[in-house]
Write a protein that binds this ligand. Structure first.
Ligand SMILES: [Zn+2]
Length: 309
């Protein structure tokens, strides 16, 4: 079974050929069929109505933007070859006149909007938000300190002085449901201490580490459990700011839990019946992630035996 999570399923053709032609990119920013999605402090413009949707606007407003806003970043073409761009307008103090270009539109938190807009648009939102955030935080060359310039529509920055090329980063995170027989492991991070929130164990991949190795290391660090077989399930872009969640099922070879109390406030074994109740929001004192998160699907796939384990 294949899964398309929220923030995946972006339908745009990212247009690699067009990205390599700077003149074409500049021309496309001003075409009548160009669609721009403004973000203010990483909040996308969202139109509310019978169906919430990303609020695209024409290029006319670009002329009023201060130069420090930085150029639009190319997202790709839709099926009718309309070019789509995202543009960071954070330098505009009060963006209400830009929101007013689309009736009923407001700048909204991307995470809240993601579950209301059509799911393929959440993929566009993920691409745009991660890319704009990276540019905002990587204006200067990390080799020589000069201000670098966006190239290829935002797919890289190049330093005019030392010619170093810098590419947008994606941070891989291993997230895994650990199981053994009829039980699985869920934990609560220190950040959620004293709440009822339990989820899969997870952690950033280290450099020079295979996914299976990252899974085994994280589970050992957070819960002291030895993991044998690791099975990949699915992945999810998570644009806060630029993670890629790599979802796995991990078979435990040991039972005893030794909690890393520098990171976790609790880690426990749960029975399949308990987790079934938790999925229905009926397990007292325990709440687990909703369908926006890959953790929900990793848990569900194990409970109902649809995972390939
Ligand atoms: Zn440089």
């Amino acid at each position: 079974m294949s899964y398309t999570h929220i923030f995946a399923g972006n339908p745009l053709d990212r247009g690699d050929q067009a990205r390599r032609d700077e003149d074409l990119l500049k021309a496309m920013m001003r075409q009548d069929n160009t669609k721009l999605l403004p973000f203010h402090k990483l909040k996308p413009l969202v139109q509310r109505g019978s169906q919430a949707a990303l609020a695209w606007i024409g290029h006319e407003f670009l002329g009023d933007l201060p130069e420090e806003a930085g150029g639009p970043k190319f997202l790709g073409f839709d099926i009718d070859q309309n070019p789509h761009f995202a543009v960071d307008i954070s330098v505009v103090e009060d963006p209400s006149h830009i929101a007013a270009l689309v009736p009923g539109a407001e700048f909204e938190d991307g995470r809240a909007a993601a579950t209301d807009i059509p799911s393929e648009q959440s993929g566009v939102l993920a691409q745009a938000r991660s890319n704009l955030n990276w540019h905002a935080q990587h204006r200067f060359c990390s080799v020589c300190g000069s201000e670098s310039q966006s190239q290829r529509g935002g797919l890289m920055r190049e330093c005019p002085k030392c010619k170093s090329q810098h590419f947008p980063r994606t941070d891989p995170v291993a997230i895994m449901l650990v199981y053994k027989g009829d039980r699985c492991v869920m934990g609560q991070t220190l950040a959620r201490q004293n709440s009822t929130f339990y989820s899969c164990l997870a952690g950033f991949m280290d450099q020079g580490e295979a996914i299976e190795e990252g899974v085994r290391r994280e589970v050992m660090e957070e819960a002291g459990i030895k993991v044998g077989k690791v099975t990949y399930h699915s992945s999810q872009p998570w644009p806060f700011p630029a993670s890629l969640m790599i979802g796995c099922h991990a078979e435990a070879n040991s039972d005893e839990i030794v909690i890393d109390d520098g990171e976790m406030s609790d880690v426990r074994w749960f029975t399949r019946d308990e987790v079934k109740l938790a999925l229905e929001d009926k397990l007292e004192g325990v709440n687990i992630p909703g369908p926006i998160a890959i953790a929900h699907h990793l848990i569900k796939a194990w409970v109902y035996g649809t995972a390939n384990i």
